[in-house]
Write a protein that binds this ligand. Sequence first.
Ligand SMILES: *[C@@H]1O[C@H](CO)[C@@H](O)[C@H](O)[C@H]1NC(C)=O
Ligand SMILES: *[C@@H]1O[C@H](CO)[C@@H](O)[C@H](O)[C@H]1NC(C)=O
Ligand SMILES: *[C@@H]1O[C@H](CO)[C@@H](O)[C@H](O)[C@H]1NC(C)=O
Ligand SMILES: *[C@@H]1O[C@H](CO)[C@@H](O)[C@H](O)[C@H]1NC(C)=O
Ligand SMILES: *[C@@H]1O[C@H](CO)[C@@H](O)[C@H](O)[C@H]1NC(C)=O
Ligand SMILES: *[C@@H]1O[C@H](CO)[C@@H](O)[C@H](O)[C@H]1NC(C)=O
Ligand SMILES: *[C@@H]1O[C@H](CO)[C@@H](O)[C@H](O)[C@H]1NC(C)=O
Ligand SMILES: *[C@@H]1O[C@H](CO)[C@@H](O)[C@H](O)[C@H]1NC(C)=O
Ligand SMILES: *[C@@H]1O[C@H](CO)[C@@H](O)[C@H](O)[C@H]1NC(C)=O
Ligand SMILES: *[C@@H]1O[C@H](CO)[C@@H](O)[C@H](O)[C@H]1NC(C)=O
Ligand SMILES: *[C@@H]1O[C@H](CO)[C@@H](O)[C@H](O)[C@H]1NC(C)=O
Ligand SMILES: *[C@@H]1O[C@H](CO)[C@@H](O)[C@H](O)[C@H]1NC(C)=O
Length: 698
Amino acid sequence: MAHDFLLFLLFSYIISTNIHACKQTERSSLLSFASTLSAPPLINWTSLDCCHWKGIACDQDGWVTHLLLPSKGLKGGISRSSLGNFTHLTHLNLSHNSLYGSLETQFFLSLNRLEFLDLSYNLLSGELPLSLPSSNIRIVYLSSNYFHGAIPSSFFQQASNLTSFNVSNNIFRGSVPSSICLKHSSPFLRLLDFSSNVFNGNLAPGLGECSELQVFRAGHNNLSGLLPEDIYNATKLEEISLPLNSLRGAISDKIVNLTNLAILDLYFNQFSGELTFNLGKLSKLKFVTLDFNNLEGALPPSLMNCTNLIELHLGSNNLEGDISMLDFSRLSQLTKLDLRLNNFTGAMKILMSSKSLQALMLSGSFEGEAMPVGDDMVHFDVFQNLRLLSMAYCQLTGQIPIWLSKLKNLEILQLGFNQITGPIPSWLGTLPRLFYISLQNNQISGEFPKQLCRLPRLIYEPNIASQMDDTSYKFELPFFLGPIISNPSYYLWSTLSSYPATIDLSKNNIVGDIPNEIGQLQLLRQLRLGSNNFSGIIPNQISNLINLEALNLSMNHLFGKMPSSLATLTFLKDFDVSYNNLQGLIPTSTQLQSFDASTFEGNPKLCGAPLPNKCGRPNKVADEDNNNNKDEDNGHQLPWFNIFVVLGFIVGFWAVCGSLVINSTWRYTYFRFIDNTQDSLYVMITGHIIAMKRRFRG
Ligand SMILES: *[C@@H]1O[C@H](CO)[C@@H](O)[C@H](O)[C@H]1NC(C)=O
Ligand SMILES: *[C@@H]1O[C@H](CO)[C@@H](O)[C@H](O)[C@H]1NC(C)=O
Ligand SMILES: *[C@@H]1O[C@H](CO)[C@@H](O)[C@H](O)[C@H]1NC(C)=O
Ligand SMILES: *[C@@H]1O[C@H](CO)[C@@H](O)[C@H](O)[C@H]1NC(C)=O
Ligand SMILES: *[C@@H]1O[C@H](CO)[C@@H](O)[C@H](O)[C@H]1NC(C)=O
Ligand SMILES: *[C@@H]1O[C@H](CO)[C@@H](O)[C@H](O)[C@H]1NC(C)=O
Ligand SMILES: *[C@@H]1O[C@H](CO)[C@@H](O)[C@H](O)[C@H]1NC(C)=O
Ligand SMILES: *[C@@H]1O[C@H](CO)[C@@H](O)[C@H](O)[C@H]1NC(C)=O
Ligand SMILES: *[C@@H]1O[C@H](CO)[C@@H](O)[C@H](O)[C@H]1NC(C)=O
Ligand SMILES: *[C@@H]1O[C@H](CO)[C@@H](O)[C@H](O)[C@H]1NC(C)=O
Ligand SMILES: *[C@@H]1O[C@H](CO)[C@@H](O)[C@H](O)[C@H]1NC(C)=O
Ligand SMILES: *[C@@H]1O[C@H](CO)[C@@H](O)[C@H](O)[C@H]1NC(C)=O
């Protein structure tokens, strides 16, 4: 390195008088800059004319104006001494490298021609200098570094031509500098992103002066108080994103003045009051995310005038009213509708006409209504694009309706925790894309239909597998409702594809044998049949389910020996055969013996490790003790409302939990997981992942 450096220096010295393009001083500054970086493998600065070096451009006089080396694997410190000599620099882009150091007070002193500055995705730290370089500066991207401290009040003073300022994903504190546009100091601002820092306090007035502002993001901070009224004066706004703060108060009626608004993202705050009657005037709205607030009242009928809506998330508020009064058919672009955990009423038939709907989440609302049925629904082309239907915790009555058989795109069906009666229809096994069925905690009767063992998505057929498009990898879902997995293995289920293939029929009245055909469902990852009236033996074929991670057969009337082939289910992490009539020796394998004895308890004739009773010596007293313990544990760990999310691939995490909102019906508990290995923060509310952010590192 040093050798090369000397060679080029020498070479350039001899030649420089004959080469006009590149200034000698600039070349040596560049080489000096490069020499401070270790292992810059992609920089190949060998030719004579430095103005033709990769990432470099010069003006007519041979001054370096562009230094563009994003994603070049650069490592090392940057400082005023390494960059300060490029006095004609207009474009500096060193994003996506591993540069460290700080922007010292004098960092910008000689960089006063800078227009574009992008240092995002590096390891830079320290506080910001007192001021941006000059009135030339237009774009400043410093996101995803370790900058800390407050943003100095003088920072924007000279930056009269600033258009974009992005400092997301750092550790900035203090207040968000809302006065940025006051006194015309930066009148051309279009984009402001302060999200994922620890800014706190109120949002001060001032943004109303940003007459060109299109995007304002300050989500995932510690902001409190009311939204300043003058924000509704910034009528060019297309996006307001302030989720994950403690903002409160009503969303003012004045919001209807923001006629360009396309994205309104305020989830997880304490906004209250009703949605404005005239919301429909915001006809450009595409994404509205207001989950986890305290909004109340009915949905304004004018909402159906927002015909460009693509996603509408209103879950976990106190909204109410009969949605069948609203003409959802006008929302022809709507792909995701989340009305969970509210107090809505009215038949959901009205939603069936939404042709584009792909995810419909109604759990914990529509309490006690009848499952919508009717000939009109069967003959009508309902929900043609629906991929996820979640209607759990609604106390719905009636049977599994036949119109579901028309949902050829349905992948996930969640009907748990209702009052559904009748059998599991055999046509469920014909739905070509279905791979997640949860019907737990209902009063479903009849047998396990053999036809369910033909679910195409769960049968391993290479041809079918390769036909599946990959859109479910991209289909993002905000959060997930599902059963708790007791052992500490966590999954992040934030896209359709990350849901594990599941059949959950727990806590119903299902009778008969577990069919031998179950062995065909080779792609199944969770089979939960606990608390039913299954009888017969555990079919040997169950060990064909080589992908099984959870198998729960507890609290049934299964008898006979446990098939020894169970020992081959190496992925099994969550296993329960307790409280049946199984007998004989527990098959020996590293897997089965690693489970707790409670996994097998309540089978008086079952013996061998990990149970204390050796074969041939049933122990009645011990069983009774276990029984009592079991009940206590259930009461403790599994309260009546138990929605939980399982987070993915967390090895070492740190968690804070607390009680968040308490209202008459739902108790919320929230957890913040900071995953050190993934640089991620997960926030979870009674099982809902509500955010996954890169923020805390190291
Ligand atoms: C920057 O310029 C000054 C003088 O203008 C010079 O002394 C110094 O060596 C230069 N630094 C680099 C890194 O080229
Ligand atoms: C560096 O540039 C020289 C001359 O332009 C070329 O021969 C060489 O292959 C380049 N090396 C790399 C790694 O790009
Ligand atoms: C910097 O380079 C990256 C990668 O090419 C690019 O995405 C980014 O937009 C550039 N920044 C600026 C301010 O142009
Ligand atoms: C700032 O922008 C204005 C208007 O676009 C322009 O006239 C002025 O020259 C710019 N100032 C600088 C220093 O670039
Ligand atoms: C700010 O930068 C981050 C990347 O660091 C990017 O994800 C985000 O979209 C940017 N904000 C805006 C408003 O463009
Ligand atoms: C968040 O703000 C509150 C006051 O609004 C303060 O008490 C608390 O310490 C802040 N939390 C952090 C992490 O800064
Ligand atoms: C909004 O703008 C109008 C007209 O420019 C002005 O009269 C009003 O005071 C502004 N509102 C706020 C809250 O600043
Ligand atoms: C909306 O803006 C107009 C001017 O653009 C103003 O006259 C009116 O008062 C504003 N309405 C609200 C509710 O702020
Ligand atoms: C929807 O928009 C139309 C046309 O602008 C208007 O006539 C109608 O009153 C609006 N409906 C509601 C409910 O606001
Ligand atoms: C839902 O509405 C009903 C009737 O208006 C009311 O009795 C009930 O308390 C409400 N539930 C919640 C959770 O607000
Ligand atoms: C198995 O299912 C039963 C009944 O549904 C439940 O009580 C038990 O906790 C489950 N076991 C495990 C290990 O999750
Ligand atoms: C299920 O089993 C229990 C206990 O054996 C019994 O009381 C109940 O009648 C059975 N239910 C059905 C539907 O067979």
